[in-house]
Design a protein around this ligand. Sequence first.
Ligand SMILES: NC(=O)C1=CN([C@@H]2O[C@H](COP(=O)(O)OP(=O)(O)OC[C@H]3O[C@@H](n4cnc5c(N)ncnc54)[C@H](OP(=O)(O)O)[C@@H]3O)[C@@H](O)[C@H]2O)C=CC1
Ligand SMILES: O=C(O)CCC(=O)C(=O)O
Length: 420
Amino acid sequence: MKEQLLKNPVFQMAAEQFDRTADFLKLSNDVRERCKWPKRLLTVSIPIKRDSGETEVFFGYRVQHELSRGPVKGGLRFHPNVKLGEVAALAMWMNWKCALMGLPFGGGKGGVTCDPRSMSEAELENMTRRYTAEMLPFIGPQTDVMAPDMGTNEQVMAWMLDVYSSHAGHLVPGVVTGKPVNLQGSEGRTAATGHGVAFLATRALTKCKIRHENATAIIQGFGNVGYHAALTMERFGVRIIGISDVTGAVHNPEGINVKELGKHVAKSGGVVGFTAADSIDPADLLVQPCDVLVPAALERVITSKNAGKLKCRVLAEAANGPTTTEADAILERRDDIFMIPDILCNAGGVTVSYFEWVQNLQRFQWSEQEVLTKLDTMMAKAFDRVITFAQRNKLPHRVAALALGIKEVANVKKQRGLFP
Ligand SMILES: NC(=O)C1=CN([C@@H]2O[C@H](COP(=O)(O)OP(=O)(O)OC[C@H]3O[C@@H](n4cnc5c(N)ncnc54)[C@H](OP(=O)(O)O)[C@@H]3O)[C@@H](O)[C@H]2O)C=CC1
Ligand SMILES: O=C(O)CCC(=O)C(=O)O
């Protein structure tokens, strides 16, 4: 299994990041091995009837990286590139993210290899319900709590809640987070990841002595995270000058109105054709001058080919794993780029998911203001801890963030001991 996982380039990246950080922490071999490998890797087949009447079998995964610190927490992804190794990498990153943020969860991630853009609502619902049914023995508010990720949303969470609750015989809101507010979802969860990205980007700009009112930003990905990061940065006074999605990219140095672009995408299905900006090659967009560059889509988009050409001051990693190991080495030699690593930058989502889970267990509902104030406090604290730790130990920000998370998990493993 180890060899199989390491064949996946995304898992390989997560493993390299772990090994480098474990070396810095001088973890003993015993603890290192127990921290590195996932506890459970589940694969299920998901047969559904397509609208055409034909039966099609999809494959779905859930990787539970670690169970020592609480229930497993992490999103569910629907995307054509989903593979077991990628899901395992994302679960490992969730683990360090939850520990860094001080959340009482282990990391997990799920996925189904499918193209949700080509599926009808009925097909998506059937696939989600069957996936959830296959996962029933392994999920629950005390064991594994899923949430939205790429290609999934609050409607998918509502279907999952329905399957789980129907089997339990009563409503179990805490089985998923990121669900609709009227199904006991949390105020603020939809915007939380993007809000956190924007909040930390402005703190990083301040560190770089750039006033955010004068700053510009470029965003790759205009889904849940990219849209809300753009909208919140715009609200903070940052000018959004470029945005891309799977259909292409648009650029306007004078600024793009995020809500207007959102309306265009809702009508036409993508950013391409938005007349208030020029179209640009998506790869070129990443290397245009800007103060904040926000990759908010897939893994491995900042590579050895473009890392040396980036013209941003702050790289805010909203996506999970957007920067390859080779690109990291290049960025570490550039002292003109302030990097906010993924497990810190996009932690707003899982932090508000934690708030949602707590509200569900207590049957309580907090206001949006309460949620966002608590979120900002936790994000600011984690940001300051990472930057201080990096400075004290002369570490890149990514290694500092990982070290704080991994150290937490390693300590718990040591305290709990090893079953003989
Ligand atoms: N949702 C959350 O709360 C969290 C998400 N994340 C991470 O943030 C990232 C984005 O997730 P999320 O916003 O939820 O996903 P969504 O599915 O809502 O949006 C993904 C966006 O990426 C775009 N996209 C896909 N492929 C490409 C490409 N090759 N080039 C440019 N854009 C592309 C999609 O375009 P199109 O719509 O046209 O397909 C879409 O705009 C992922 O890495 C995810 O793991 C991290 C923490 C929490
Ligand atoms: O909200 C959550 O539980 C998980 C969010 C997520 O998948 C992520 O942070 O990558």
